[in-house]
Design a protein around this ligand. Structure first.
Ligand SMILES: [Zn+2]
Length: 120
């Protein structure tokens, strides 16, 4: 899927439903996570179960856009920022399962990881 320009998130999706927008943003974020090997802090949050694959020792918290390492270039950082804010409207934490590479919404205090893409 072509999904490079930071503002392509909105432009390419005008007229689509929110579910589709979320789906495409999740796919774009997932691709960026895999390409850049994010998060680069290698600390797993134990005891939170991945809703996709069921592993409970592979969930990592994603860096917020301001905390991305220098090795990620400006264009990718900008795209990451757009995707982060698209998927994270309530300032919940985002995480990723390092086993199945799916981005997740984290509720650390509740010990939960939730699917971001609720599906169409
Ligand atoms: Zn998983």
């Amino acid at each position: 899927m072509e999904f490079r320009a930071p503002n392509g998130v909105r432009n390419s999706l005008s007229g689509d439903t929110e579910a589709v927008e979320t789906h495409e943003a999740v796919e774009a974020l997932k691709a960026l996570i895999i390409e850049k090997n994010l998060p680069q802090t290698d600390v797993a949050i134990f005891g939170i179960k991945c809703p996709y694959c069921g592993k409970s020792d592979r969930i990592h918290r994603l860096e917020s856009p301001e905390d991305l390492p220098q090795s990620v270039d400006d264009e990718d950082t900008a795209q990451y920022g757009v995707l982060w804010h698209t998927l994270n409207p309530e300032a919940a934490l985002l995480g990723v399962c390092k086993f199945c590479h799916n981005p997740l919404e984290l509720q650390v205090r509740a010990g939960l990881a939730k699917v971001l893409d609720k599906g169409p």
